[in-house]
Design a protein around this ligand. Structure first.
Ligand code: SF4
Ligand code: SF4
Length: 135
């Protein structure tokens, strides 16, 4: 059993890079100016990167999914472009929905092992706000 001081070290959110949230069709986009950094994570040039992982969609690059519905940028140890991942991936789990609806937060906590299982909704919201995530 953890000592109280060990428990205190658990951050409200610490992504375990399990990939659970990387399944689902559509919704993951890179802005054109974000592509060079993402490509650099894989030592690819931007054109090579978009050809392999994206399709053009209304002036942005939509990241493709594989046959099982997982993002093509998901590797065996998590996101292949972790340091340059899209804004929506970077923002999770501090989405407006989770910060305003306790039941949405509870559902997210059950599916995402990165969220401290013991944190209260109130503390989660307070932490998010302290990080600059508003409603
Ligand atoms: S489900 Fe949570 S822990 Fe797993 S990759 Fe997504 S954010 Fe990270
Ligand atoms: S870009 Fe990375 S973090 Fe975002 S869905 Fe794809 S694998 Fe997951």
């Amino acid at each position: 059993m953890d000592k109280p001081e060990d428990q205190a070290k658990r951050p409200p959110f610490d992504c375990q890079r399990c990939g659970t949230c990387c399944q689902g069709r559509g919704g993951i986009f890179l802005e054109p100016e974000q592509v060079p950094a993402a490509a650099a994570e894989l030592a690819m040039d931007p054109e090579e990167f978009t050809l392999a992982f994206c399709q053009a969609n209304n002036g942005r690059w939509e990241v493709l999914v594989n046959d099982e519905g997982f993002c093509r940028l998901l590797g065996e140890e998590g996101c292949l472009i972790h340091e340059a991942k899209p804004e929506i991936c970077r923002r999770w789990p501090f989405f407006v929905n989770l910060l305003t609806k306790p039941y949405a937060f509870e559902e997210a906590r059950l599916s995402c092992p990165g969220i401290d299982p013991d944190i209260s909704y109130e503390d989660f919201v307070a932490h998010a706000r302290a990080q600059g995530y508003g409603e």
